[in-house]
Design a protein around this ligand. Sequence first.
Ligand code: DAH
Length: 339
Amino acid sequence: MKQIETARANLRRKFEKIEDKNAILKDSEFKALFDGIRGIEPDKRSEYGKAINDLKTEVKSWIEESDEQDNEKEPIDVTAPWDVNTPKEKRPNFFNTTQGSIHPITREISDIVDIFQRMGFVVEESREIDNDYNMFTSLNFPLGHPARDDYDTFNTDEGLIAPAHTSTMQNRLLKKYKDNLANEEPIAVVVPDRVFRNEDLDATHEHTFYQIEGIFVAKKVNVGNLIATLSAFMNDYFAQNLETKLQPFYFPFTEPSFEFAIERPDVLKKNDSEEQKWLELGGCGMIHPNVLFEAGVDPKTSSGFAFGFGIERMVMMKNGIEDIRHFESANLKFLRQFK
Ligand code: DAH
C-alpha cells in the first residue's frame, strides 16, 4: 500500500508537468505496480490489484478534469473548419492576424488627443449625420449666407447633413459643459472625428477625412490664450520650439478669425526658402458672441477660443504621403507600411 501511495505522488507530479495528459496512463509507474503483483502474498493480491485499479480510475479523472479546464479557457467555436483536437499551430491562419497594424489616422489621433488631455481638455466624438441647425445656424451662418456654400455638404432626402466640419458639435458641447462655468471651471473640449464633403476628388481632396476641433471657454479668455495653447500643442507634438503665426481670415463663428501657421518643423524641412518656411494648419479664432449666446452661455461674462484643423495633412507631411485618397482606400499594401 505504501508503494502505491508513493507511485500516486510520483504520477501526480509528472501529470502537472506533461503537455499530453493522456500519456500519464502509459507511465512506467503503472507497469512497475502491475509487475509488483508477483511479489505480493497470494491472499493480499486481490486487495493490491484493486488498489492499483482505483489509482488508475483516479488518474483518468485527473485527465477529464484538465480537459474541462482547457475547454473553459478556450470556448469551442462550432463554426471552425478544424477539429477541436487540431493543435493551435496546425490551424490555418485565415485572417493573417499577425500582420495587422493600426491605421495611421488612428495612431495620429491618439497622439494628438493624448497631448490635449494632458493640457486638461476632455475628448468628445462628433457624428456622421446632423442637421442644418448644428452644422450652420447655431454657428452664426445666417440662412442664405454665401459662406454656407464653402462647405460642399452631402444632404439626405430628409434634409439632414453629413457634417462637413467638426464645428457641428460646438453648440451641443457648449450646452453640455456650460455648468462648468458656474463652478469657475473652463469648458475645454477637443473633438477628433470624421467629416464629409462633396468635393471633386484629387490628391489633396477626399470626400471623407478627419478634423480635430477644440473649444475653450472661461472668464476673460483672449487671443493670447489661443496662441499659447496652440503653440504649446505644436511644440509638444513636434518636440521642438516653433514660431506660430496668425493671419486674418473669415469664419462666421469666430470674431476675429485667423488661419494659423507654424514654422516648418525640422522633420518636415525640405529647404530653407522663405515660402517653405510656414505651414498653414487650420482655422481658429475667438468664438463669436452669437455662438455663445445661442448655446446659453453669456458672452458678457464668458469668452472663448476655438480651432479646427485637418488630421490627414499632418500624417501626410510627417510620412511623405503624396495622395490623401490612400487613407480610405483599404489598400493593405499602403496600410502595412505603418507598423
Ligand atoms: N470648421 C472650419 C472648417 O472646417 C475650421 C475651423 C475654423 C474650426 C475656425 C474652428 C474655428 O473651430 O474656430 O473649415
